[in-house]
Design a protein around this ligand. Sequence first.
Ligand SMILES: [Zn+2]
Ligand SMILES: [Zn+2]
Length: 413
Amino acid sequence: MVDNPVEPQLWERGHEDGLRAAFGARPLCVTCVGRLFARVGRGLSNRERGERALSKLRMKQTNDCWLCRGLVDEIHKFAGLVIDELSKWDLETFLVGCKLDPDLLDREEVLWAELALRTYEPIKAEINREVGKVVEARLGKSADFNRPDVTAVIDTMLDHVEVQVAPIYIYGRYRKLVRGIPQTRWPCRWCRGRGCENCDFKGKMYEDSVEEIIAEQVMVDAEGQEHSFHGMGREDIDARMLGKGRPFVFEVQRPRHRNLDLVSISRRINRGGKVDVIELRPSNKLEVISLKGRRCDKTYRITVCLGEERSLQKINEAVKALIESEIVQRTPIRVVHRRADRKRIRRVLKAEVESIQGATLQIRLRTEAGTYVKELIHGDEGRTRPNLARLLDTQVEVVELDVLEIHDGDRDG
Ligand SMILES: [Zn+2]
Ligand SMILES: [Zn+2]
């Protein structure tokens, strides 16, 4: 079915004289005339509306436009500039915006006020739409008003196009197979990242981080400008992260490429042997928010060293007591300088002794989200109660700690 443009009634009867006087004083090009009636009827372009309006008013067309001063004839030039910029980026969808001369916008307001019409469309909307149509046709990509991959903003005064590129997000789970690696880059505490003798002019406290190991491969392929790492919590630097790994979302800002070969990327990351990643897939900003809000139980394996050896029976009793009590924890000494001193109550959901060799024990614990596990073991000068040291009546030192599992999603496993 073809839309036959219905002849629209552009204005109410009796307005002709007023319009003739207005266009006489301030001549407008056909398109600018038509735009004043943009919201009347359907199926016509502003240019066609303008042609009809002027012929009804028996007025001549002019190119010398008081309002746009020829801007509407530059659509193809602007589209060309936009296409040049957009061609540099991988994209499926785009959006066109523009910055116009403020004087032009003032003139437009004056005109609207004077004519007291309610049927106009702003010139900005027309330029965005018309340039968008040309770009859509020439690039074969579609405009998206909500979440475009790339937005091109034309500065019509400078004939310059600025692009805003939406970030890409990659979900995955990481395992940290060695100790001594922070999750994210840790700037040098002396120079705060500028580089000094203390950090061997690297600007950071640790050579590697999970983020940087992953970034090294992702950024090569994405050719992004910056990156951010969003982990579902984090483990201590000296703890390994094993099992199914820890969920994260890796964000790339201003990526030149958006469709990445995630299989190849994970293969290259995993070759390094320090950190490996599984289940990489495309993600989005909403997932970052939900990931940050998740609270999950965790299972740990902890190697501890007792001040004095204890009998198997005594050890088993102590471990059992941990499961049966509420654990009251004041903010640990190691973090109280940056966090409020509060009490929290957590539970140990499972606890078992895996091995005993003299004064060295291996214990496996499943705890609720947010439990301070090291403090649960050594007691933190009595700030965590009960604690394993108190229950065994000897000093207990945490030698090694690994996160074995983050129980996201599974109810009981
Ligand atoms: Zn004009
Ligand atoms: Zn430094």
